[in-house]
Ligand binder design. Structure first.
Ligand SMILES: Cc1cc2nc3c(=O)[nH]c(=O)nc-3n(C[C@H](O)[C@H](O)[C@H](O)COP(=O)(O)OP(=O)(O)OC[C@H]3O[C@@H](n4cnc5c(N)ncnc54)[C@H](O)[C@@H]3O)c2cc1C
Length: 435
């Protein structure tokens, strides 16, 4: 039965883990004391740990599971230069000056991550491919063009061009998209190798990494904190919470401010090079410009196609999910009919109530989370900035400082409303596709 669309060796696990398996750091006990305790060993926690370790600070990173269990090794590996919001939507809320500042920060985040890859020589197949933003309709196409003109007017250094429907990649089902936009300067990486590179550099420079050590409580003790885990407590001068879509009850104030959303991905079996080039010319990945987007990209060496999307459904059965995603992929790229799926996986990404990333300090606890789809570059960058804040370095300043971190009354961190929100987004998306 599975033989129809799944390969015989199908894995319900991230494709990235084949080349970058999760490190099994189970034996190390947490230290009794550390200058800084970091909760969460994703890209954000490790980026903060690397910066602290480089400045000679004693940092320990605690993760509830194996380091990298979270979205950092499950994502699509897009290294973008933008935030979730359209520029035109940010301007009425923030004003033109601040909206432009946020866009520049997103570019700085990309550039920080890209230069880290280069200077640290992290072998993660980074490619500066650009990105194709697919427009579901002429209305969206026109909106993208207006946004681009406005950003240019305000001096945002965005490098992009509009792509008429006739010039869009020919592999997409005819008429499915009304062209779109190419955003230059965006890149792709192998998500697992990027995380493994950060982990290796942070550990090599002296950061302690302790897996399978869930933080159960964060309490004030003297001028610092007591971090409780089942394997002993850590007394720390500072604490950074970097748990994004996995934020636990131990950080309830933050948990109430992020909305975890399950995202799903599939990888195809290996395909001939010319077929991949036809679907993603120049290795360029695609993302749809809509409320509940799908995305498609070649893998790190251009031998497979990876496809994904967001969902409100719990990740119950990944073989079933693989079939659903495969069908969605073939609806967009008919040339992939008959291709088998080798991997299907899921991860939790986090959105916020204002759809902006947040970093700051609440009751002494430092945090960086709520990436709204751009956590790979933005998380690396703001993890670094959070570490600089702990060090009292004025370079810690970013466009996201001092912003209130909103929540909803009665929201406790369990997003019961998500199926409704997704249904609402689907309704809005249907309208977008109708133009
Ligand atoms: C399928 C998918 C595709 C995505 N694609 C992209 C993309 O292409 N580009 C992009 O920029 N973003 C993408 N994202 C989002 C991006 O992956 C995340 O925003 C980013 O990786 C978050 O990093 P993080 O370090 O904040 O959190 P995570 O990597 O999620 O790490 C959080 C960690 O906290 C740990 N934790 C939880 N509770 C505790 C506790 N009590 N004690 C200790 N540790 C705890 C978890 O075990 C986990 O390891 C995607 C996400 C998904 C799921």
């Amino acid at each position: 039965m599975a033989g129809d669309v799944l390969t015989a060796d199908f894995k319900a696990a991230p494709y990235w883990w084949d080349l970058a398996p999760r490190p099994d750091i189970t034996d190390a006990a947490p230290p009794k004391e550390a200058e800084v305790a970091i909760v969460g060993a994703g890209n954000v926690g490790l980026s903060a740990a690397l910066t602290l370790a480089r400045r000679g600070r004693e940092a320990v990173v605690l993760d509830a599971e194996a380091a990298g269990h979270g979205a950092s090794t499950r994502n699509a590996g897009y290294l973008g230069r933008q935030v979730w919001h359209k520029y035109g939507d940010m301007v009425p809320k923030l004003g033109r000056e601040r909206a432009a500042e946020v866009c520049r920060a997103a570019i700085a985040a990309h550039d920080y991550a890209a230069s880290l890859i280069e200077t640290e020589q992290i072998a993660c197949f980074y490619r500066n491919t650009g990105r194709f933003i697919a427009a579901p309709s002429k209305r969206v196409f026109d909106g993208l063009a207006r946004d681009l003109a406005m950003m240019r007017e305000d001096g945002v250094p965005v490098d992009a061009e509009m792509i008429e429907p006739a010039d869009a990649p020919p592999a997409y089902r005819k008429g499915h998209y009304h062209g779109g936009q190419i955003l230059r300067g965006n890149g792709t990486i192998h998500a697992g190798l990027y995380h493994a590179g950060l982990l290796e550099r942070a550990a090599r420079d002296g950061a302690g990494i302790v897996g399978h050590c869930p933080v159960q409580a964060i309490e004030r003790e003297g001028s610092g904190f007591r971090i409780s885990t089942p394997r002993g407590a850590v007394k720390a001068g500072h604490v950074i919470v970097a748990t994004n879509g996995y934020t636990p009850r131990a950080a309830q104030w933050l948990r109430r401010r992020v909305v975890p959303v399950d995202a799903f991905m599939i990888a195809t079996e290996p395909l001939p090079e010319d077929r991949i080039e036809h679907i993603a010319p120049g290795g360029r990945p695609m993302v749809e410009h809509r409320y509940s987007p799908c995305w498609i990209r070649p893998n790190e060496d251009g031998t497979r196609i990876l496809f994904g999307g967001l969902s409100a459904e719990p990740p119950a059965d990944l073989t079933q999910k693989a079939r659903i995603l495969r069908d969605a992929m073939v609806r967009i790229v008919p040339a992939l009919e008959g291709v088998k799926i080798s991997h299907c996986w899921t991860g939790k990404t986090a959105f916020t109530f204002d759809m902006m990333p947040h970093t700051g300090n609440h009751d002494g606890v430092e945090y960086a989370m709520g990436w709204c789809g751009s956590g790979v570059p933005m998380g690396t960058y703001l993890g670094h900035k959070t570490a600089l804040r702990v060090l009292g370095d004025p370079e810690s300043r970013s466009a996201f400082d001092g912003r209130p971190f909103p929540t909803w009354p009665f929201y406790t961190g369990r997003p019961w409303f998500l199926p409704l929100a997704v249904a609402w987004n689907k309704r809005k998306d249907r309208k977008l596709f109708r133009g």
